[in-house]
Design a protein around this ligand. Structure first.
Ligand code: CS2
Ligand code: MN
Length: 360
């Protein structure tokens, strides 16, 4: 297992590479060129620049999260060809610079993750991202957009880029006639084009589950259950057609058995997100510390499952709470994610020790 930490880039993150270097066990950063819109080719010199910056701190750039998918690819409109070509060029450029082994992406229409409150107070005085079912059912998506903009502290959130939000009305209209089956076909079309190029460049594509893992605002969502993940890995039987198994995104639906998914898809998971959420009876959920007892996701069983399958991929702590007055991008402060890492590697190191001792 290789431990990683998400970094939004020089000048775009309150957390520096020097901060990240000081977290125990760091192998590499999870990064992206966040200023580039979906559909744009990532230039070699920009990729090289990040590689050099990270190398100065002895960190790799092994995982990209994400090279985002242009809406035309998800919608399956004729201009997708151009954007698929551009995606291939980006993969080739990543291959040219070298060092990138995994590209995470998602296939969620219009929005990436959705929450109704970016700073809900927990009992201990920290704040965290909160999702309220009733609010979403009653809410006008445009209002939610305003709410997100106002609480993002001036920083862009992945999937909530201002350029994308400007086109929101148009996008909702475009998806009116797109069913889950259509979306699935469009994903299959994309993967059949992309996976051979990823293979040639030593890259594993890793799709991130939908967050939350069910349709919102009547937009179709397909990356959300064991059955659907199976359909996705079956599209092409290649290690380059893989999964980002996010325990938080999947875990906010109690029907999803994440340890079972890890054991089932074991050789198709190049990238693991570890996050805990507490799910309430009415379906609301709040993000908590990574500790198993604090939420509804069986984090220790998840670590055990990864250990059991001999996981050699990349793992990162996903969203954390906002602690000790830190002014961070929602969900992406330094403190709680660093605490999360210590929990993850604490569990991992103990599993390794027990395994060693059982052989003695
Ligand atoms: C995050 C996502 O919500 C999450 O779990 O990890 O924002 C993730 O970065 C993207 O969906 C991946 O494309
Ligand atoms: Mn995630």
């Amino acid at each position: 297992m290789k431990t990683t930490f998400r970094w939004y880039g020089e000048g775009n993150d309150t957390i520096s590479l020097s901060d990240i270097r000081q977290i125990p066990s760091m192998h590499s950063v999870v990064w992206a060129l966040h200023d580039l819109q979906p559909g744009v080719v990532w230039p070699v010199d920009r990729i090289q620049e990040v590689k050099d910056q990270a190398a100065e701190y002895n960190l790799g750039i092994d995982v990209v999260e994400s090279v985002n998918i242009h809406e035309s690819i998800k919608l399956g409109t004729p201009d997708r060809e151009e954007y698929i070509e551009n995606y291939k060029k980006t993969l080739r450029n990543l291959g040219k610079v070298g060092g990138v082994k995994v590209v995470c992406y998602n296939f969620m229409p219009v929005f990436d993750w959705v929450r109704t409150d970016m700073a809900k107070a927990l009992e201990d005085g920290s704040t965290a991202l909160f999702y309220e079912v009733d609010k979403i059912e009653g809410v006008d998506p445009y209002e939610l957009v305003e709410n997100v903009k106002n609480s993002s502290r001036g920083m862009t959130l992945p999937g909530w880029e201002p350029e994308r939000l400007e086109k929101i009305e148009e996008l909702f209209k475009a998806y009116e006639n797109v069913s889950e089956d259509n979306l699935f076909d469009n994903l299959a079309y994309f993967l059949k084009e992309i996976v051979p190029v990823a293979e040639e460049n030593g890259i594993k594509m890793a799709i991130h589950p939908d967050d939350p893992p069910y349709p919102v605002f009547n937009l179709p969502r397909i990356v959300r259950s064991k059955e659907n993940l199976q359909k996705i890995v079956d599209i092409i039987d290649s290690p380059s057609n893989g999964l980002t198994l996010c325990s938080g995104a999947l875990g906010s639906n109690p029907d999803n058995d994440v340890p079972n998914m890890i054991r089932t898809f074991k050789d198709r998971i190049p990238f693991a997100h570890i996050r805990n959420v507490k799910v309430f009876e009415n379906g609301d959920f709040i993000e908590t510390s990574h500790r198993e007892q604090d939420g509804s996701v069986p984090i220790l069983e998840i670590m055990k499952a990864y250990h059991e399958i001999g996981f050699e991929g990349y793992m990162r702590p996903d969203h954390g709470r906002h602690l000790w007055g830190e002014e961070s991008r929602p969900g992406y402060g330094l403190y709680d994610r660093a605490l999360g890492i210590m929990y993850m590697i604490g569990a991992w190191d103990m599993l390794e020790k027990l395994k060693r001792e059982s052989k003695e």
